[in-house]
Design a protein around this ligand. Structure first.
Ligand code: CIR
Length: 258
């Protein structure tokens, strides 16, 4: 299965309650109105990559609900609804299921397993699952059980720094991985080319490749220039308000190829 090719994505508008979510970033409170503008630009960038954006209404009762990536793992025509690892986010899984069930077969991570989608990195047929504060071995084993049926192989990696595995690494397609130096050191990456983000630019290790373009956070010029070697067009997006809530570019969408 080839990563980075998508026809549809699901996104959810950030709520006015965004600042009530979980964060350890220490960057101050987000401006929810600016977050909405940045979210609109994100959706527009996806549309410019020939992707249909299924845009869900904000869910103010869940301040972190714009980070839809954590609520499901989509791979091989299947959506595995997660059991988010922070108690305040548990109800978000139930919220996302109706829309996913319109397009995909549904499975669910069940108690006591815990898993956030941000810990799941798809590299073509390989699925790496980060064991983090949010994802435990039981959640990883359940996910693996579903995906191995579809021909994926799975492996676990410990997440040493950052919130999720994908806070520190992205797969750009064509055998190329972008990672911060710490994450690059823990990944089993034989056979892959690893591009390391520039020192001090660790936040931009989280980005997404969509139909041959890289959606990339603005403000990381040295890494952006390094990425020119991929030959992929780079679309820069201001992520400042989501970053204040520990969110990256991948967190804002659930991506499907159906
Ligand atoms: C949280 O701590 O759960 C949210 N404030 C941020 C989630 C970011 N999601 C992601 O990296 N996939």
């Amino acid at each position: 299965m080839k990563s980075g090719i998508f026809t549809k994505v699901i996104a959810r508008r950030p709520p006015l309650s965004l600042g009530g979510g979980i964060t350890a970033a220490g960057l101050g409170s987000p401006d929810p109105r600016l977050a909405l503008i940045q979210h609109e630009a994100y959706c527009e960038a996806l549309r410019s990559c020939d992707v249909e954006v299924i845009l869900l209404d904000a869910a103010p009762e869940f301040p972190d609900s714009t980070f839809v990536e954590d609520t499901a793992v989509i791979a091989g025509g299947r959506a595995v609804i997660t059991r988010p690892g922070h108690p305040s986010r548990l109800g978000e899984a139930e919220l996302i299921e109706p829309v996913l069930s319109r397009y995909l077969e549904i499975d669910r991570i069940t108690p006591p397993g815990r898993l956030d989608g941000g810990d799941v990195l798809e590299i073509d047929d390989l699925i790496l699952i980060g064991l983090s504060e949010r994802t435990d071995a039981e959640g990883a084993a359940q996910l693996c059980g579903f995906l191995e049926h579809d021909g994926f192989s799975c492996g676990n990696v410990p997440v040493a720094g950052g919130l999720h595995l994908k806070s520190g690494v992205s797969y750009l397609g064509n055998g190329v991985v972008l990672a911060d130096i710490t994450t690059a050191g823990i990944l089993p990456l034989s056979g892959l080319e690893v591009i390391t983000v520039a020192d001090g630019e660790e936040y931009c290790a989280n980005c997404i490749t969509v139909n041959g373009r890289i959606l990339f956070p603005s403000g990381f010029p040295r890494t952006r220039d390094i990425l020119a070697c991929t030959g992929l067009e780079i679309i820069e997006l201001d992520m400042s308000e989501f970053r204040k809530m520990d969110g990256g570019l991948s967190c804002l969408s659930l991506r499907m190829n159906i």
